[in-house]
Design a protein around this ligand. Structure first.
Ligand code: HEM
Length: 422
C-alpha cells in the first residue's frame, strides 16, 4: 500500500503529525507486520494519539487513551458515520463497490451504536457467558485430543494447518451446528470476509468479500430453516428473527460475524505457541504448573496480539487529552502498541506467563467488548494445557512465516514444529 493509494481513497490535507511517519507504508511493511513493537514504541513515546495527515485517521497507541476512547459515549462503532469513509457521498460515487460491500455488512451489532447495538447484542449476551458455554467444554477437549493424536512425532508439521486452524474450525462447527463437510467452504468465506477489517482493500478483495458475504448469508438462511437444536446458538438467531428483535438481514449478518470469530482463536493459538517456544523458561514454568494456563493465555494475548486494529467513529466531538477528535472521524486503536505501553505494564517487552494484573484490552472495551472472549479463553486454555501435558518436547522445525497481506492482523501463515516426548 502506498501513500497515494491512501490519498486517493480518502480526502487528504490534514496537519502534519510529530511522528513524521508514513503510516500506511509502515502498516503494510512486511518487517513491521512480523515485529511491530519497536516502531510503535518510538511513536507511542512521542504521544499516545496521532493523526495521519494523509487519511485524517487518528491512531491511538496509549493504553489509557484507548481505554477512555473505547468506553466514551461520544465514540461509537458505526462506520457509516465515518465522514470520509465508505458511506460518504463522495465515496458512493467514486467507489460504489465499497458502498455495496460495507452496506451489506452493516446491519450487525459490531457496526451499531446505541440503542441498536444493545438490542442486537442482548440476543447473545447470556449465551456467551463462561458459565453458559460450559456445554462446549467436552467437545473442545475431545477435538483437542483428536488433533493431538494426529500430530506426527519427530517430523516437521505446520502447527497452523495441523492444529490451530482445524481446532478453531471444529469448535465453531460444534458451537454453531455446522456440518463438517462445510468446513472448507466456511473457511474460504471467512478468509475473504476477514479482509473487510483491513480498511484498504483492492477491488478484487472487495468483490470476493461481497460474493462470500452473499453466499454465506444464503447458506445460513437455509441452515436456520433446517432442523436445529432448540437450545443452541442458532435457535437464538432464529428466535430473534421470529419475535421481531432483529430483522432477517440483522440476524444473518450477526451470525456471519459470530461464525467468523473462530479464525481469531486460531491466530492466538499460533502466536501463543510461538511466544512459548521463544521463551523456553516460561514454557517450562507452564509445564511445571499447569494452573498457570489462564494467566499464560492472557499474556499470549497481550504479548503477541493477533488483531491489530480496534475501530471507533466519533458520534460527537470527543476530546482526547489535547486532541479534538471531531464528529465523523475514524480512530484506530493500534493493539500491539496499547499492550506494550510501559505506563501500564512493567517491563512490557518481557513475556511473563504469571503476569498479574494483565488488563491488556485485546478484546476491546466498553459496550463492544468481544462477545466471544469466554469461548476464546476456554479453547486456548484447553489447547495449551493439553499441549504442555502431551509433549515433553516441542521445537521450531524452521522459521515461522507471518502474514504480510494485511495491516489489521498480526498472525502466522505457518509455524513448522517438531513434536516429541522428552
Ligand atoms: C483471540 C480471539 C479473538 C479476539 C482477539 C477478538 C477481539 C475482538 C475485538 C478487539 C473486538 C472489538 C471490541 C471493541 O470494539 O471494543 C471484538 C468484537 C467481537 N467479537 Fe471477538 N475476538 C476474538 C474471537 C471471537 C470469537 C471466537 C467470537 C465468536 C464466537 C467473537 C465474536 C465477537 C463479536 C460478535 C464482536 C462484536 C461485539 C459487539 O460489537 O458488541 N470474537 N472481538
Amino acid at each position: 500500500m502506498t501513500r497515494s493509494d491512501v490519498a486517493n481513497a480518502y480526502a487528504p490535507d490534514f496537519p502534519p503529525d510529530i511522528s513524521g511517519v508514513d503510516w500506511w507504508a509502515m502498516l503494510a511493511d512486511p518487517a513491521y507486520l512480523a515485529d511491530p513493537y519497536a516502531a510503535l514504541k518510538r511513536i507511542r513515546d512521542l504521544a499516545p494519539v496521532h493523526q495521519d495527515p494523509v487519511s485524517g485517521i487518528y491512531f491511538v497507541l496509549g493504553h489509557d487513551a484507548f481505554r477512555r476512547m473505547a468506553t466514551a459515549p461520544e465514540m461509537g462503532r458505526d462506520t457509516s458515520l465515518w465522514r470520509d469513509g465508505w458511506n460518504s457521498p463522495e465515496n458512493r460515487l467514486r467507489d460504489p463497490l465499497s458502498f455495496e460491500l460495507f452496506g451489506e455488512f452493516q446491519p450487525q451489532m459490531t457496526n451499531a451504536n446505541p440503542p441498536e447495538h444493545r438490542r442486537m447484542r442482548a440476543v447473545y449476551e447470556k449465551a456467551f457467558r463462561e458459565a453458559s458455554l460450559a456445554w462446549l467444554r467436552p467437545a473442545i477437549a475431545s477435538e483437542c485430543a483428536d488433533l493431538l493424536d494426529s500430530l506426527p512425532l519427530d517430523a516437521p508439521v505446520d502447527f497452523m494447518a495441523a492444529f490451530a486452524n482445524p481446532l478453531a474450525r471444529r469448535v465453531t462447527r460444534v458451537a454453531f451446528e455446522l456440518p463438517a463437510e462445510m468446513d472448507a467452504q466456511v473457511a474460504e468465506w471467512v478468509a475473504a470476509l476477514s479482509l473487510v477489517g483491513n480498511i484498504i482493500m483492492s477491488p478484487e478483495e472487495k468483490r470476493d468479500a461481497l460474493s462470500a458475504l452473499r453466499a454465506f448469508k444464503a447458506y445460513l438462511r437455509d441452515r436456520l430453516t433446517a432442523g436445529i437444536d432448540p437450545n443452541g446458538l442458532l435457535a437464538l438467531a432464529q428466535a430473534s428473527h421470529a419475535d421481531g428483535t432483529m430483522d432477517e438481514e440483522e440476524s444473518l449478518t450477526n451470525l456471519v460475524t459470530l461464525v467468523s470469530g473462530g479464525a481469531a482463536t486460531a491466530t492466538l493459538l499460533g502466536n501463543g505457541m510461538l511466544a512459548l517456544l521463544r521463551h523456553p523458561a516460561e514454557f517450562g514454568r507452564l509445564r511445571a504448573d499447569r494452573a498457570l494456563v489462564g494467566s499464560a493465555v492472557e499474556e499470549m494475548l497481550r504479548y503477541e496480539p493477533g488483531g491489530s486494529f480496534i475501530l471507533r467513529v466519533a458520534i460527537r466531538d470527543y476530546r482526547c487529552g489535547d486532541i479534538l477528535v471531531p464528529a465523523g472521524s475514524l480512530a484506530i486503536g493500534l493493539v500491539p502498541a496499547i499492550t506494550r505501553d510501559p505506563a501500564q505494564f512493567d517491563d512490557p517487552d518481557r513475556f511473563d506467563i504469571g503476569r498479574r494484573p494483565n488488563p491488556h484490552q485485546v478484546f476491546g472495551g466498553g459496550p463492544h467488548i468481544c462477545l466471544g472472549k469466554a469461548l476464546v479463553r476456554m479453547t486456548a486454555e484447553a489447547a495449551f494445557a493439553r499441549l504442555a501435558e502431551r509433549f515433553g518436547r516441542i521445537e521450531l522445525a524452521c522459521n515461522p512465516v507471518w502474514w504480510t497481506h494485511r495491516s489489521d492482523q498480526h498472525g502466522l501463515h505457518s509455524l513448522p514444529l517438531r513434536f516429541g516426548h522428552a
